[in-house]
Ligand binder design. Sequence first.
Ligand SMILES: Nc1nc2c(ncn2[C@@H]2O[C@H](COP(=O)(O)OP(=O)(O)OP(=O)(O)O)[C@@H](O)[C@H]2O)c(=O)[nH]1
Length: 429
Amino acid sequence: MIQGLSLPLFVTSTTCLLLSFFFVLLYHRLISRHEESVKYYLIFSIAALVSGIFFGAFAVMLNSSDNLTYLSISNRITVVAAMFTAVLSLHFYLAFYQYEAPTSLKWCYGVCAAFSVATVIPSSLFLDNAFYSTSTYYTGLAFGPLFELWGIWILVLAVYGIFILFKVFLRQRKRQRQTQEHAQNDSDTSTVLLLLLANTIWMITGVCDMLTGVQVVDLPPLTWIGSFLVTSTIAWALVLHIDDLYEERRLLSDRLMYDHLTQAFSRSYLEIRLTEAVNLMLRGELKWLSVCVFDVDNFKTINDQYGHASGDALLTRITSIIKDNIRQSDCIARLGGDEFVILFTDTQDENHAPAIVERIRVHVANAQFGEGEAAYNASCSFGIVSVTPDQLTLNDLPNQMLSSADEALYSAKHKGKNAVGIATLSDLS
Ligand SMILES: Nc1nc2c(ncn2[C@@H]2O[C@H](COP(=O)(O)OP(=O)(O)OP(=O)(O)O)[C@@H](O)[C@H]2O)c(=O)[nH]1
């Protein structure tokens, strides 16, 4: 008959083994596919595996009150596994929160190894091969003074873990005060607080089990509750960490894709889109492709007269005017300074893109920029070139289109600015 008390232990054991399997796969994926330095995923995976063994062995132990061999083996396994779960959690905190793993960690592993050896040798000083009624709820092996020392050792590990987490909490609180990134740090400190709470519960349940062991209190086994809480909280911290990794990637690709000031696309993204458009044309999926280069007229004077911030605002406003006048499938990118490019994909004929650009030119020229006394008008000059599939034989078409549109822009500037210059197809050959 299976002891009812052992059922949650079987469940938590299975959960931990699954967590271990899942995080080792994740670790492998993150280092091989994304080259992330995430050793702590592996440490946690081992910790979850050892925890799973601990819960499983404890469950067997609860069901072995009439079989000394099973009791002896399972009891010894719980002793070793509980100890390594504690030291691996400690190792995890040091790695995850980037604390230099001190030499004391090696000593911790060393002491755990020494106690592990002691469990293998049957000795009344540590664990005897004899029944010992721990409480009315379960039976363990008779133990000696070395076992009490082991109990104190586990407590030392637990206190050390809490100490590290407390230092991490103080460090993050200090950083939070120093930086403006409140949202990010708030979530960081709440995870550490959660870990602190779980570890404290683990320690309290551990002390309760020790008191049960020496028959001071009569309680069912409780350590597993604290231990499982710690394992689940670490798993949760790692899930949040995956969120952070994803967010970092997103910010990085945003930085590569967008111009920070105007939210137009970046030069590198334009190059990708232009090459893509040429490839589409090669496959016969585009009939016309037009590129328009433009810059703000007398931008230097505007900057000098109304200030750099006003110049920045002008660039942002012009970008949004363009966005309002082009299709989502087209693209506006900032090359740098006051120079931009609009890429029109799949226009209907050679007059289509120039007509849209003319509309944009008028829109910008009629708009008012700045505010109140400092309100002013501005204009842009544009250069356009359009190609059809016939021009695809030309070498380095994307760059040729850009330099041709650039020449058309400068001819518009020379003709008095606030104008649209058009490069003819033959200019490209
Ligand atoms: N406000 C602001 N100014 C910038 C930025 N990047 C470049 N500039 C300034 O933009 C000005 C560019 O001027 P140019 O395009 O060379 O000359 P221009 O006065 O526009 O003259 P034309 O092009 O001949 O009409 C320079 O004074 C740069 O310092 C920016 O991000 N913000």
